[in-house]
Design a protein around this ligand. Structure first.
Ligand code: NDP
Length: 449
């Protein structure tokens, strides 16, 4: 394992987020490699960490003042072992190869856990949609798709949304794909319901994460009813996490964006959530505006000089990090535990640092790793692909029931894999081993390709 990790680091010394994601998987699957030495001989770890294809391209576009702008576009086609490449597009200034490779790598195992036939990929751009007009976003999306379209297709690679890519961006991207390919086909997921989308897709990641948390609690004879919850982010995942928490009787008290967070000790109820959805999705405003409407809440701006994030330092029972990677460090994990938090379910991808994860495990926190807990989004994307292929739409109840079933089966797969390797209750090991085994078995069946 150490040799394989060194090999990955030596090849791309600057890709620290990618190394972090690889290390977590390698540590978890070491017992599998020990039991099956032929995997080392077949260099499975070296193969699985090398993307099948990396596409990088120029995205030129013109802003509203007539200035030419140039961004970078990427698509990482990581693994097609169990199906077409599948994974979101992220538009954020921090996007680079390391971040997209970590996301694509995680996606491979996450997709394997969903039980649906999807490989793994991820893509995006360093374009920042914040503060851009709708027409600038449209021109950018059209230029991005003018190159990407030749690499994707309903049986090849099916992108979706992620940070900075929601319904508006998927619409513009789809429009351009359709024009260039002269085909109306299920090439993107997260589409609007009137032209090929699936009911429950916008809700799926947040709902799925809460279903996973509920499964972890059920396995420990507990429920979410009455639990005080810390939620970070205020985008797609955070919003629907809060919605489902409310439905299950929990009390969410925080939300954030990249500038700061709000604490509402009375609870963010459904009326307040409707305000946040309008604020973030329609007006594209900032979470600080919450306190103008609800003066009982407190807004704290982000202070980069602090070694910890004060959002994670409030009395609570559960935490749902739903913003971005590495948003909970060791100190934050200690603060969570000291404040009584007993469960962490990751809506975001890799929001906890390795030191934070080790601290959760040492303190018997019920910890739902992102690749298991947030797999509901891609699972319903898979269901959107099925509906597109069959040219029909399932009802809300049908999709929601399937989502619930999938989250339940991911939970069971994690529990069983952890038990099979003598680490009961360890969802990190469980998720990584269950996902890894499925992908590796497919790779071995298909030979050296
Ligand atoms: P959105 O763009 O809808 O929302 C992202 C939220 O996180 C915003 O509130 C944003 O604040 C905040 N945020 C983004 N970057 C940072 C940062 N560097 N520091 C602090 N806050 C930040 O994205 P999603 O809700 O879709 O995604 C959130 C997380 O969930 C990501 O990790 C994503 O990979 C993961 N995920 C998403 C899935 C999906 O279906 N959408 C599926 C599985 C995982 P601001 O508005 O200031 O940028």
């Amino acid at each position: 394992m150490l040799d394989a990790l060194q090999y990955v680091k030596d090849r791309d010394p600057d890709q620290k987020e990618f190394h972090q994601a690889v290390l977590e998987v390698f540590e978890s699957v070491q017992p599998v490699i020990d039991r099956n030495p032929e995997l080392a001989k077949e260099r499975i770890l070296e193969r699985i960490t090398e993307p099948e294809r990396v596409i990088q391209f120029r995205v030129p576009w013109m802003d509203d003042s007539g200035q030419v702008q140039v961004n970078r576009g990427f698509r990482i086609e990581m693994s097609s072992a169990i199906g077409p490449y599948k994974g979101g597009l992220r538009f954020h200034p921090s996007v680079n190869l390391s971040i997209l490779k970590f996301l694509a790598f995680e996606q491979v195992f996450k997709n394997a856990l969903t039980t649906l036939p999807m490989g793994g990929g991820k893509g995006g751009s360093d374009f920042d949609p914040k503060g851009k007009s709708d027409s600038e976003v449209m021109r950018f999306c059209q230029s991005f798709m003018a190159e990407l379209y030749r690499h994707i297709g309903p049986n090849t690679d099916v992108p979706a949304g992620d940070i900075g890519v929601g319904g508006r961006e998927i619409g513009y991207l789809f429009g351009m794909y359709k024009k260039l390919s002269n085909e109306f086909t299920g090439v993107l997921t997260g589409k609007s319901i009137s032209w090929g989308g699936s009911l429950i897709r916008p809700e799926a990641t947040g709902y799925g994460c809460v279903y996973f948390a509920a499964e972890m609690l059920t396995a420990n004879n507990d429920t979410l009813d009455g639990k005080i919850c810390l939620v970070s982010g205020s985008g797609n995942v955070a919003q629907y996490t809060v919605e489902k928490l409310l439905e299950l009787g929990a009390k969410p008290i925080t939300l954030s964006d990249s500038a700061g967070y709000i604490l509402d000790e009375e609870g963010i109820d459904s009326e307040k959530l409707a305000f946040v959805m309008q604020l973030k999705n329609v007006r594209r405003g900032r979470i600080s505006e919450y306190i103008e409407k609800y003066p009982g809440a407190v807004y704290t701006p982000l202070d980069p000089s602090l070694e910890y994030n004060p959002l994670w330092n409030h009395k609570a029972d559960c935490a749902f990090p739903s913003a971005t990677e590495n948003e909970i460090n060791f100190k934050d994990a200690m603060n969570l535990v000291n404040n009584g938090v007993k469960l962490v379910a990751e809506g975001a991808n890799m929001p906890s640092t390795p030191e934070a994860i080790a601290y959760y495990l040492d303190n018997n926190i019920l910890f739902g790793l992102g690749k298991a807990a947030n797999a509901g989004g891609v699972a319903v994307s898979g269901l959107e692909m099925s509906q597109n292929s069959m040219r029909l739409n399932w009802t809300r109840e049908e999709v929601d029931n399937r989502l619930k079933q999938i989250m339940k089966s991911i939970h069971t797969a994690c529990v069983e894999a952890a038990e099979a390797y003598q680490q009961p209750g360890n969802y990190v090991v469980g998720a990584n081993i269950a996902g890894f085994m499925k992908v590796v078995n497919a790779m071995r069946d298909q030979g050296l390709v």
